[in-house]
Design a protein. Structure first.
Length: 415
């Protein structure tokens, strides 16, 4: 009876350890032994060690009250590198306690593999100690998947997000910077420019001008230009593209003081994205201030792009890779496309698409949240609004409405 009851749990641990092992392999970390943070991660680490023939170190929570009083059991040499295994990281405290015990016996730790990153400051605390966190899943992604599968309602998603945000603020968001304070703090010229525009024009609104005629695009850019910090384009959806359009867009960007962001979502090897950025009929690098890229192809994509353009955003469908890539290229990457704030590093701007004044979705899977939710609860910096404005009866009046709603939510962060 006992055996059959325990079977699903055993299978589950094996599955978890297999998933985590895939992350170990992908992260290419260098280590000689594994150590599970007591106690939940112990069986996971044990599975991995047995399956892959790796020496295991065991950390006691309390020293033995007899004999050597050792905190770490197992075989090691001074200078060995140990990989830490953990089930859930919240603030990172338990991981850091284990690191401390290992360091005391001369074993170093550079990486941690975790099943779930609760995104409550643990990653930052570990990074500050020179330790990289690699996760199978983040809480944001987990909620997204569970909601998509109909396992939880959007109310539950909101409640959990609220809880996470509130606790994240308590533990790690020590200071909320104003746009002008951040402009002074940031090194990247385009980040400084954008934050200065946001401060001067009192707007955190990016217009996603997803229209198919050049005339419509230019008309939107001219009429809504005064109320936005960014004009986001999909230049390849224009039916009547000509180089004159991009020249006129540039003139309007100067007239109304906004940044042009071509939402090209580069996702290929370095050499190909270089051609996509600078050649073809669009010559994106000649007129766009900013482009975006997926982290998926690895560092080559950034290396390829940065030989041609100095400003790009990382799309964070997988936050771990996005953060690693952005932090390693902070002289080029100005921020993230994301659904909630990923890091407290003020250098990085967080821009969120899928925004409308009323929550809901479209028939093709787009999910909308509100300016208030994005700026106040998810603590992102810029709302990206498309059809909420372009398909409204009076796009200019509606854009002003979004500008006011987004900016009011930002101002409320200081009250
Ligand atoms: O995950 C994403 C990333 C982006 S950049 N989801 C998105 O919707 N976008 C873009 O934001 C999308 O390509 C479109 O241009 C815009 C959203 O438009 P809306 O009309 O749904 O507001």
């Amino acid at each position: 009876m006992k055996t059959s009851q325990n079977k699903p749990a055993m299978l589950c641990i094996k599955l978890v350890s297999d998933y985590m092992w895939q992350i170990v392999k992908a992260s290419k970390c260098d280590f000689k032994s594994l150590c599970g943070v007591p106690y939940t991660a112990l069986p996971i680490a044990t599975c991995m060690c047995v399956d892959h023939g790796i020496p295991m170190l065991i950390r006691r929570k309390e020293p033995k009250d007899y004999g050597t009083k050792k905190m770490i059991e197992g075989h090691f040499d001074v200078g060995d590198k140990c990989l830490i295994i953990e089930d859930v990281v919240t603030s990172g405290s338990s991981v850091l306690e284990t690191v401390k015990s290992l360091n005391e016996i001369g074993v170093t730790v550079k990486d941690v593999i975790v099943l779930l990153d609760r995104e409550q400051g643990g990653r930052k605390r570990l990074t500050d100690q020179g330790i990289t966190l690699h996760s199978v899943c983040s809480i944001t992604k987990l909620l997204e998947i569970l909601e998509k599968l109909g396992k939880i309602s959007s109310d539950v998603v909101h409640q959990v997000n609220d809880f996470i945000s509130a606790n994240r603020e308590k533990t790690t968001r020590k200071k909320v910077y104003t746009h002008s304070e951040r402009a002074a703090l940031c090194q990247h010229p385009l980040t400084q420019k954008l934050l200065t525009i946001m401060d001067m024009k009192k707007t955190n609104l990016a217009l996603s001008a997803d229209v198919t005629s050049s005339k419509q695009l230019l008309s939107l850019a001219d009429s809504i230009g005064p109320y936005i910090c960014i004009l986001k384009t999909h230049i390849d959806i224009l039916d009547d593209f000509s180089p004159d359009v991009t020249a006129e867009l540039r003139a309007l960007a100067d007239k109304h003081n906004f940044v042009i962001f071509e939402d090209r979502k580069f996702a290929d090897i370095g050499r190909t994205v270089q051609h996509q950025l600078s050649s073809g009929i669009y010559h994106i690098s000649r007129w766009a201030d900013l482009v975006n890229a997926h982290p998926l192809p690895g560092p080559g994509i950034i290396d390829g792009l940065k030989q041609i353009i100095k400003n790009f955003i990382i799309i964070s469908y997988s936050p771990t890779e996005a953060i690693e890539m952005a932090e390693a290229n902070s002289d080029f990457v100005i921020g993230y496309i994301c659904q909630s704030r990923l890091t407290d590093n003020p250098q990085f701007l967080h821009m969120t698409p899928g925004v409308k004044l009323v929550e809901g979705g479209d028939s093709l899977g787009q999910q909308y949240t509100t300016p208030e939710d994005v700026i106040r609860r998810k603590t992102c910096d810029i709302i990206i609004v498309g059809r909420g404005i372009t398909e409204s009866v009076d796009p200019v009046a509606t854009a002003i409405h979004y500008q006011q709603a987004g900016y009011a939510a930002y101002v409320s962060l200081f009250h």
